[in-house]
Design a protein around this ligand. Structure first.
Ligand code: ADP
Ligand code: MG
Length: 140
């Protein structure tokens, strides 16, 4: 096992409901360390770039609208197997299918407004971290 970093977003439904601390508690309890964190208002251009891979999907417009509908918290998480571990802690994309105890099962209300993003590969983690963080803003 290796120490890895992954990119996380606490989405607008989390900031709107004032549950970012509750979500962070689940993250930390899972053994992941928040080594970078910033609250931002994502621009439309940033959201479109971030979710570029989904641009042909029917929900793309709705997704960009949601991600820019309020503040988000962008994070870098560090830990053993952090990328896979965080995906596990997040739960399935659709909260209705997410396992008990996962963030999405506990907090999310719909497949679109599903509280958290986490990178799905080491390659994407690197790209996503670089979109929102400078190295000097990550302190492990
Ligand atoms: P994940 O975030 O679990 O990696 P995807 O990469 O498949 O999921 O999708 C990216 C994001 O797009 C999801 O987290 C969710 O916010 C949104 N999304 C995915 N599928 C749908 C859908 N069927 N309807 C609306 N929004 C969706
Ligand atoms: Mg994804």
């Amino acid at each position: 096992m290796a120490t890895e970093r992954t990119f996380s977003i606490l989405k607008p439904d989390a900031t709107k409901r004032n549950i970012t601390g509750a979500v962070n508690a689940v993250i930390e309890k899972a053994g992941l360390r928040i080594v970078g964190q910033r609250r931002i208002q994502m621009s439309k251009a940033q959201a479109e770039k971030f979710y570029e891979i989904h641009k042909e999907r029917p929900f793309f417009g709705e997704l960009v609208e949601f991600m820019t509908s309020g503040p988000v918290v962008v994070q870098v998480l560090e830990g053993e197997n952090a990328i896979a571990r965080y995906r596990e802690v997040m739960g399935a994309t659709n909260p209705a299918q997410a396992a008990e105890g996962t963030i999405r099962k506990t907090f999310s209300e719909s497949v679109g407004e599903n509280t958290v993003h986490g990178s799905d590969s080491a390659e994407n983690a690197k790209i996503e971290i670089a979109q929102f963080f400078q190295d000097s803003d990550i302190v492990g």
